[in-house]
Design a protein around this ligand. Structure first.
Ligand code: CAA
Length: 256
């Protein structure tokens, strides 16, 4: 039973919708626990091939919940390792997609960046405004934003708290695509369904390979990719995918 999110499934796609509309989906620790638990459950479910996280038309999430953080002391946040629970989302092995409309600020932007693919409505607004509250990003924003958009823009956004719109975010490389707001969910579901229709082990290996680019030298990353490429030949889906091409028919992947 979840209170802050709605969990649904559309065929092979697991859908998580943030649902605290009165607080613009501000991320409390309860939201963190519920999102992570739902994503982990989808990750374990062999009937799910991709996980989609979305919010509302007005806000994907307007940040970590400031009212929850306000009374915390240094020792409170240090000893409880405040926000560390979000790291588990980055360890989900199936592909994850964030579909962002409206505000994705602070922790909201960081949650979107924790996902593998970021799709934006033309209404999306991204920013790391923590500095205006006297803090800095705490769910990886200073690191993931810098890797996504480069130092100059990340530095400006983190130091001024300025928001960028969807078009600027796409130009900067933060989002893979911008779609009209009324098409966002359908488009994101379609993208997720496409991914979920591919061989699951191969999609997981592709995700691992791309992510390795952020954690290693080029030579090591290429070796890692090569070994995973070789490993795909151990799957039934590689036999099926290549046979289907040669026989001029659609593949029928069994995710094995
Ligand atoms: N935390 C808690 N409550 C929030 C919230 C947040 N991050 N963002 C919005 N809300 C609440 C507001 O307090 C308000 O509640 P009440 O009706 O009870 O007053 C409700 O959501 C609606 O918000 P607004 O009235 O402010 O809506 P608006 O349309 O006028 O403004 C906004 C929208 C520009 C996004 C504005 O709400 C805002 O600036 N929010 C805070 C953004 C922010 O600073 N985010 C970073 C948080 S820190 C963080 O995320 C740390 C980290 O790295 C993890």
């Amino acid at each position: 039973m979840t209170e802050t999110i709605i969990v649904d499934r559309k065929d092979r796609v697991g859908l998580i919708t943030l649902n605290r509309p009165k607080a613009l989906n501000a991320l409390t620790l309860q939201v963190m626990h519920e999102v992570v638990a739902a994503a982990q459950e989808f990750d374990r479910d062999p009937g799910i091939g991709a996980i989609l996280i979305t919010g509302s038309a007005k806000a994907f999430a307007a940040g970590a919940d400031i009212k929850e953080m306000q009374p915390q002391s240094y020792l409170d946040v240090y000893l409880s390792d405040w926000f560390a629970g979000w790291d588990a989302l980055a360890r989900v092995r199936k592909p994850t997609i964030a579909a962002v409309a409206g505000y994705a600020l602070g922790g909201g932007c960081e949650l979107a960046m924790l996902c593998d693919i970021l799709l934006a409505a033309d209404t999306a607004k991204f920013g790391q405004p923590e500095i205006k509250l006297g803090v800095i990003p705490g769910i990886g924003g200073s690191q993931r934003l810098t890797r996504a958009v480069g130092k100059a823009k990340a530095m400006e956004l983190c130091l001024t708290g300025r928001m960028m719109d969807a078009e600027e975010a796409e130009r900067a490389g933060l989002v893979s695509r911008v779609v009209p707001a009324d098409r966002l969910l359908d488009d994101a579901l379609e993208t997720a369904a496409t991914i979920a229709s591919m061989s699951l082990p191969t999609a997981m290996m592709a995700k691992e390979a791309v992510n390795r680019a952020f954690e290693s030298s080029l030579a090591e990353g290429i070796l890692f990719e090569r070994r995973l490429f070789h490993a795909t030949f151990a799957t039934a889906d590689q036999k099926e995918g290549m046979a289907a091409f040669v026989e001029k028919r659609a593949p029928h992947f069994t995710h094995r």
